[in-house]
Design a protein around this ligand. Structure first.
Ligand code: TRP
Length: 327
């Protein structure tokens, strides 16, 4: 079975865009050996409140299970509970170059707004490479913003293999199709974002039905009153159509037909119902796993499995670079 690895940051609340990504993860679980990692080591590359971070890591894991990840099929774990990640990251840091990290556009973006930048933020892509390479990963499902990091991962793997002999599997990215991009409800020029401070811009999975309704009814549209997909001139409506389509069995074309001659008000009301119907059972399941403590058991099992597998590759690496692994 081919292996998949992906990491998700335990930061911010999970909005519809993240939800779609997470569902995508769930779809792989039946025909691939999946490793999903809550990357708390990555999270601390920027300032975090310790209690909040702990809480968010557990919440994210529980949400994955609520969305449909089956812990019997998938290895779900928290990055900091598998020390091989930090260890391999160090070794890879010593086999990577300032120049290649300096070219990372995400680092440039993230650091340009900051007064001070940690060394960890600079080395972020190397830790990501370590995550992936520790599991002989075949495929890495990511958003297009992570493409450059994946290319760096491949470069590092190939370079290491050339220097020390075949060690790592060189992973392939599975870049998500652009069509699935969910935009901000209040400003559809921008992606729906965890960090957007505008209250009505994003719907989160744990929002109450009342909040969901309010946000959708207030979503920005236009004044020509035609429900048609047009990413250039009708960004708001196009985004709502995207969400509707992602949350129902209708394609965008079918929705355009269904809503011919119907006003935005009715369209939005229907969308409210579609979104609420999808998220209600997720919320119930989420509360159940958090309250029962089941999530702790799942994460414990996940860490045991991840530790076991990553240790083999880490040992191989340690031997190759000249560490003493056995007396
Ligand atoms: N950098 C990724 C993001 O922000 C998260 C991540 C960390 C990741 N390690 C990974 C993704 C390994 C894929 C594989 O989205």
């Amino acid at each position: 079975m081919k292996r998949i690895f992906s990491g998700v940051q335990p930061s911010g609340r999970i909005h519809l865009g993240n939800y779609i990504t997470m569902k995508n993860f769930v779809n792989h679980q039946d025909d691939k050996d999946c490793f999903y990692c809550i990357v708390d080591l990555h999270a601390i590359t920027v300032d975090q409140d310790p209690e909040e971070l702990r809480k968010k890591s557990i919440e994210l894991a529980a949400l994955y299970i609520a969305i449909g990840l089956d812990p019997k099929k998938v290895t779900l774990f928290i990055q900091s509970q598998v020390s091989a990640h930090a260890e391999l990251a160090w070794i890879l840091q010593c086999n990577s170059y300032m120049g290649e990290l300096n070219r990372m556009t995400q680092f440039k973006e993230k650091s340009s707004k900051k007064e001070s930048v940690t060394n960890g933020l600079f080395g972020y892509p190397i830790l990501m490479a370590a995550d992936i390479l520790l599991y002989n990963t075949d495929y890495v499902p990511v958003g297009s913003d992570q493409k450059q990091h994946l290319e760096l991962t491949r470069d590092i793997a190939i370079r290491f293999n050339n220097k020390y002999g075949k060690t790592f599997t060189v992973p392939e990215p599975l870049i998500r199709k652009k069509g699935a991009r969910v935009m901000s409800l209040s400003n559809p020029e921008n992606k729906m974002s965890k960090s957007d401070s505008e209250k009505f811009s994003s719907i989160t999975v744990l929002d109450t039905s009342k909040e969901i309704k309010k946000k959708i009814m207030r979503a920005q549209t236009d004044s020509d009153m035609i429900i048609r997909y047009d990413e250039v001139n009708k960004k708001g409506i196009s985004n709502l159509l995207t969400i509707y389509s992602l949350f129902s069995n209708y394609s965008i074309e079918e929705l355009e037909k269904k809503y011919e001659g119907i006003g935005y008000g009715q369209f939005k009301k229907d969308l409210v119902e579609v979104v609420i119907n999808e998220l209600e059972p997720v919320k119930d399941k989420y509360n159940e796993i958090i309250n029962s403590g089941e999530i702790n058991e799942i994460l414990k099992e996940g860490a045991i499995r991840a530790n076991k597998i990553s240790k083999e590759i880490l040992n191989d690496v340690k031997n190759k670079v000249g560490f003493i692994t056995e007396f």
